[in-house]
Write a protein that binds this ligand. Structure first.
Ligand code: MBD
Ligand code: FE
Length: 293
């Protein structure tokens, strides 16, 4: 698999473009975000978790009398997931939500959800009120997202940042699709001394996972919807506090409750209202961060 600059080649498929960039991002960026881990391997933990995962697959084979033809198709499918770089996509769509719910059991503060495969490090750093980097003629409804970041005890968090990324009006992520320029509709916004932020952007569109790659093809082969409701990704951070990973959705979205990534939650739905300035809309949302112990 060769990696290319985002947007540099139109010849490869959408799945390979998105997949290869998500694989590179996962390889290089995520340890920054979630920490390196201890590196220790506990034999009992491996035996328990890997053993249970394998037994889940073996029991599906027994129960549904899987044939050699199906076993060979499964092998080819797994190889295609590697060849297209879709491991981050497949894992984040079909498994991350369970890991997130396990983590959430021990968390306080605002409700979060999964990170997904399309976060990028080192995006534009902006001061509030901020307009995300966008094209001169960026399509879509102008939207303001505003709010305040506080600690669980109510203290406003000066120095908080809101890292935000979302698709354009056609459902494409910059950095992972050929069309939007690098950095489009991504930024890290620094809040004011009261932890307040105001971000000017465009309302994102619903998103379908690439249909020309193995994850999308498996999804469609099963008759499942490949769509995610329109969403805005966020990492809300402040000194001394656990970084909140979240997403925000929109009331009335046809894919709410049928998210292929099972990441939507009722607490995360926005209901933006017209501001009276052209077709601009505005949504207000505060975030509460848990102090790091
Ligand atoms: C996305 O845009 C996304 O947010 C997730 C979690 C999975 C696939 C595509
Ligand atoms: Fe997303």
């Amino acid at each position: 698999m060769t990696t290319t600059q985002p947007g540099a080649d139109q010849s490869v498929s959408d799945a390979v473009t998105a997949g290869s960039h998500a694989t590179e991002s996962a390889r290089s960026g995520l340890s920054n975000l979630r920490g390196p881990g201890s590196g220790e391997v506990d034999q009992q933990r491996v035996a328990t978790v890997v053993g249970a995962a394998l037994e889940g697959i073996r029991s599906a084979i027994r129960e549904h009398e899987v044939t050699y033809e199906e076993f060979d198709a499964f092998k080819r499918w797994l190889i295609a997931v590697s060849d297209t770089g879709e491991w981050p996509l497949f894992l984040d769509v079909y498994l991350e939500h369970e890991v997130e719910k396990v983590a959430a059991k021990r968390q306080q503060g605002s409700v979060g959800t999964i990170l997904g495969p399309f976060w990028l490090d080192e995006q534009a750093r902006l001061d509030t009120p901020a307009t995300l980097p966008m094209r001169d003629d960026e399509p879509g409804t102008p939207m303001i997202l505003a709010g305040q970041v506080t600690s669980t005890d109510g203290t406003p968090l000066a120095g908080a940042t809101v890292d935000i990324w979302h698709t354009d009006d056609e459902g494409w992520y910059s950095g992972f699709a050929a069309k939007p320029p690098a950095g489009n509709l991504r930024g890290v916004v620094r809040c004011d001394d009261q932890g307040r932020f105001e971000i000017h952007t465009r309302k994102p569109a619903p998103y379908t996972i690439p249909l020309d790659g193995p994850t999308g093809q498996m999804t469609q082969a099963a008759g499942w919807s490949p769509w995610r409701p329109a969403h805005i990704h966020l990492l809300v951070a402040a000194p001394g506090h656990r970084t909140l990973t979240s997403q925000l959705f929109f009331t009335g979205d046809p894919y709410l409750g049928n998210d292929v990534a099972s990441a939507d939650k009722p607490e995360l739905t926005l209901d933006p209202q017209p501001t009276g300035n052209g077709d601009e809309i505005r949504a207000d949302r505060d975030f509460v961060l848990e102090r790091e112990t």
